[in-house]
Design a protein around this ligand. Structure first.
Ligand SMILES: *Cc1c(COP(=O)(O)O)cnc(C)c1O
Length: 449
């Protein structure tokens, strides 16, 4: 026993030395970490090992750095149309509401401590009145949170093991990776596709809305308007999905983060515009892209009380109380000033500012579309979404196009393959930028493509 103890400590000393030696050979620490110890540490979640290492945005950052290190002059010229973050400042209406809320917190009379975990009534009711009028959604079916990324990941807490998960390809990577972490998949193959997931290819042929699968899926992730393709689904297509879900006992996880960018009157804004969706769908929405809240953090999830799932004993159970309980246990509510700021987008002043923001970004999208079309490329999206999805010219793949845009035009785009195998052959250009930058990007596309 004593001997083992000394042995372990000896190795512990060696580690310290290795860690502090900047020239240490990585293989040494690898060897060390594989040494069986007498006192194994706590077990970790092995599912994390299945996640793909060379993830999209780090790889983009690596290539941009390599290029700028080698070309310091070009570095100053770089325009980023890659990551999907907003660029324009927060609406004044939101800032004023947040200032006022902060001042309230500074008084004994109007101080707020913990709020309701599910969100303040003033915001839940405003959402229902302004975004779901006439759709029969009640304020207590709206759950306020600090982001849709967390909500789309955390929702897996209420689902049991063994569900067949359907995911569009290309896709917002969060849906895939959270299922990997939760142990709902096997390993990734060489192409990066995870065993056990049902991939629904979205291609130019199906206008990036997947065909209804022949087999049964239990959970289906849909996102319209779509990130990354900028596609929208028609009422008929969503109705087909609702019919499929109801026939199969499936639940649709509908991400409508980009709803505010819809301009065509006949494109549905919510899955709940479809009859029967309240029995088979959850909808995620966020203030991030509507009102520049990516740094402020506020979002919400709609779980109709009519939505049910099945427990292990075969009985039916409503999902709503489970999510409510999950929220109460693991979340302490979004911040009061933030919820006040979010509610301000529904005031007259707020609505006007949001409309101006959206028309700014959609004006950018129109310019990008036009420039790519003039360059002879096939262009999708960008009409009801802030993303333009462009087909690579013949003979060049999506990372090849990324490199070409970086090296020749000094513009950073996102390679389609980074969103899934079916994204190969495309690249995404984000309309989140200043007008000045977008006009310059368009000039460079004209000059280099
Ligand atoms: C940006 C985005 C969201 C919003 O995420 P937040 O965490 O609310 O900022 C959700 N879904 C998709 C597909 C997105 O691109």
């Amino acid at each position: 026993m004593t001997g083992t103890f000394i042995h372990t400590r000896l190795f512990a000393c060696v580690t310290v030395k290795i860690r502090f030696n900047p020239t240490a050979d990585a293989s040494l620490s690898t060897t060390f970490s594989k040494t069986p110890t007498a006192h194994p540490m706590a077990r970790l979640n092995d599912n994390f090992r299945k996640l793909k290492a060379g993830y999209l945005f780090p790889e983009i950052a690596r290539r941009v750095k390599a290029f700028t290190d080698a070309n310091p002059d070009a570095a100053k010229n770089i325009i980023r149309c890659g990551i999907g973050d907003v660029t324009e400042p927060l609406p004044n209406a939101c800032r004023e509401a947040m200032h006022a809320a902060i001042d309230e917190l500074g008084t004994r009379e109007r101080f707020h401590g913990y709020g309701p975990e599910q969100g303040y009534e003033f915001l839940r009711q405003a959402i229902v009145d302004h975004q779901f009028a006439g759709l029969g959604i009640a304020a207590d079916e709206v759950f306020i949170s600090d982001g849709s990324k967390c909500d789309t990941g955390n929702i897996l807490d209420v689902f049991g093991p063994g569900n067949r998960i359907a995911i569009t390809d290309p896709v917002y990577p969060v849906y895939v990776d959270t299922n990997v972490m939760a142990g709902n998949t096997g390993e990734a193959n060489a192409a990066g596709a995870f065993e056990g997931l049902l991939y629904l290819p979205c291609t130019a042929e199906n206008r990036f809305v997947p065909a209804i699968p022949a087999e049964k899926a239990d959970l289906i992730y849909l996102c319209y308007p779509n990130n990354p393709t900028g596609a929208t689904a028609t009422r008929e297509q969503l109705a087909d999905w609702v019919t499929y879900a109801r026939a199969n006992g499936s639940i649709i996880l509908y991400d409508a983060a980009y709803e505010v960018f819809i301009r065509d009157a006949d494109v549905p804004r919510s899955i709940f515009e479809i009859d029967g969706a309240k029995e088979c769908a959850i909808e995620f929405r966020s203030f991030s892209k509507i009102a520049g809240f990516t740094g402020v953090r506020c979002a919400y999830t709609i779980i109709p009380k009519a939505l049910e799932g099945t427990l292990a004993d075969g009985s039916r159970q409503a999902v709503h109380p489970l999510w409510s309980r999950r929220h109460s246990t693991k979340f302490n509510g979004a911040s009061y000033p933030v919820q006040r700021g979010a509610a301000a987008i529904f005031t007259e002043a707020g609505k006007a500012e949001v409309a101006a923001l959206i028309s700014h970004y959609m004006g950018n999208a129109g310019l990008i579309r036009e420039a790519c079309e003039k360059a002879g490329l096939s262009v999708f999206g960008g009409e009801n979404a802030p993303y333009v999805w462009v087909q690579c010219p013949a003979g060049i793949d999506s990372w090849g196009m990324f490199d070409k845009m970086l090296e020749q035009a000094n513009v950073v785009v996102t390679p389609g393959a980074g969103f899934g195998a079916a994204g190969e052959g495309y690249f995404r250009v984000s309309a989140f930028n200043s007008r000045e930058n977008v006009e310059e990007v368009c000039r460079r596309i004209a000059a280099h493509l």
